[in-house]
Design a binder for this molecule. Structure first.
Ligand code: ZN
Length: 79
């Protein structure tokens, strides 16, 4: 697919888990399609994806499944 940033055609979509918010508002959204481009090194989500994420976050009480997850804080354990 075409990269929105540099316009070259080697961009790929990867499905990744992303975390949004913090504390009680924390939500982990799995299978978020993130576009990564090997030519310019950008990774980004499309406007449609951002919109969907916003909707998921607004509806989190209704649609989210509660699971226990281990949440590590990057940097805290590094001496
Ligand atoms: Zn690019």
């Amino acid at each position: 697919m075409t990269c929105d940033v540099c316009g070259k055609k080697h961009a790929r979509t990867r499905k990744v888990a992303r975390t949004y918010g913090k504390g009680k508002q924390l939500i982990v959204i799995e299978n978020v399609p993130v576009v990564t481009c090997p030519d310019c090194g950008e990774s980004y989500v499309s406007a449609d994806t951002l919109h969907a994420i916003k909707r998921i976050r607004m509806q989190r009480k209704r649609i989210a499944h509660h699971r226990s997850v281990a949440v590590a804080q990057f940097g805290k354990a590094v001496a």
